[in-house]
Design a protein around this ligand. Structure first.
Ligand SMILES: Cc1cc2nc3c(=O)[nH]c(=O)nc-3n(C[C@H](O)[C@H](O)[C@H](O)COP(=O)(O)O)c2cc1C
Length: 234
C-alpha cells in the first residue's frame, strides 16, 4: 500500500493556493491544517529520516503543525521507526530544521495502538528529553480482536489498519498511560473511535488536551464536530 498521494510538491502547491485565496477573503484562516508526513514505501528505513525532512521542508510554510507518522500499518516497516534510535534521528533532525525557520511549527508524533510497552516508555522518555510538542495517540490497529465478523471473512479482507470502534479502548488506554507516566507534561491529541461527545469526554478524562475524529467523520458527516462540541459544553 504505502501512502498513495500526489506527492509533497503537489500538496504544498495546493495548500499555498488555498492559503492565498482564503487569506484574501478572511483575515484569519478558517481552519487549522496539520501536515501528516511519512516515508515512501520504497525508501529503506535507514534513509527514512530524509523523507520526513523533505516533506517537512516542502510543507512547512503552509501548515500549522506537523504529525510525524511512524504508525501507519499500511506502509511496510514504517512502525519499526517507533524504535528509540530511529525516532531520535528523525525527530532531532526535524527539530534542528524547525529551529532554523523564522517561525517554528509544533511537531507531534503519531503512535500506533499496537506499540509495545517498552517502545511506549521509550517514546515518552524521548518526548520529554527533546521537548516534543505532543503525541497523537493513536493510529489504526493491526489487531483483529473483538470483531463480530467471522474470522475467515476478516482474513479475506487482508492486511491493513482497523479504525473506529475496535480501536477505542486501546487508544484511550494509551492516552491514559502517557498522561500518567509523563505527569501531564506531554500534550496529547487523542484519536481512535470517537463518534460521540461521550467518546470525546472519555479521551479528555484519560488526559487528552484535544481530540481528532476520522472514522466518525465518515459515518456521522461533518456535523459531528458541532454535535460533539455542543454536547460537551452542556
Ligand atoms: C482510510 C484511512 C486513512 C488513514 N490515513 C492516515 C494517514 O495517512 N496518516 C495517519 O497518521 N493516519 C491515518 N489514518 C488514521 C486516522 O487518522 C486515525 O488516527 C485512526 O483511524 C483512528 O481514529 P478513528 O477511529 O477516528 O478513525 C487513516 C485512517 C483511515 C481509516
Amino acid at each position: 500500500m504505502g501512502f498513495n498521494n500526489e506527492g509533497a510538491d503537489v500538496i504544498a502547491e495546493r495548500l499555498k493556493n488555498w492559503r492565498e485565496k482564503e487569506g484574501r477573503q478572511n483575515k484569519k484562516l478558517p481552519m487549522i491544517i496539520g501536515g501528516n508526513i511519512g516515508k515512501n514505501k520504497v525508501t529503506p528505513n535507514e534513509e527514512a529520516w530524509n523523507d520526513y525532512a523533505v516533506c517537512f521542508n516542502k510543507l512547512h510554510p503552509y501548515v500549522d503543525y506537523f504529525a510525524v507518522n511512524v504508525s501507519s500499518p499500511n506502509t511496510p516497516g514504517l512502525r519499526e521507526l517507533q524504535e528509540k534510535d530511529s525516532l531520535k534521528k528523525i525527530l532531532l533532525n526535524l527539530a534542528m530544521m524547525n529551529n532554523a525557520k523564522a517561525v517554528a511549527k509544533p511537531v507531534l508524533l503519531k503512535i500506533a495502538p499496537d506499540i509495545t510497552p517498552a517502545q511506549l516508555d521509550d517514546v515518552i522518555e524521548l518526548a520529554l528529553e527533546i521537548k516534543l510538542d505532543g503525541i497523537i495517540a493513536t493510529n489504526t490497529t493491526i489487531s483483529r480482536a473483538g470483531l463480530t465478523t467471522p474470522i475467515e471473512e476478516v482474513e479475506k479482507m487482508g492486511a491493513g489498519g482497523l479504525s473506529g470502534k475496535p480501536v477505542t479502548e486501546r487508544s484511550t488506554a494509551i492516552v491514559k498511560y502517557i498522561f500518567e507516566k509523563a505527569n501531564g507534561q506531554i500534550p496529547i491529541i487523542a484519536s481512535g473511535g470517537i463518534f460521540t461527545a461521550m467518546d470525546a469526554r472519555e479521551k479528555l478524562k484519560a488526559g487528552a488536551s484535544l481530540v481528532q475524529v476520522w472514522t466518525g467523520f465518515i459515518y456521522e458527516g461533518p456535523a459531528i464536530v458541532s454535535k460533539i462540541c455542543k454536547k460537551l459544553n452542556q
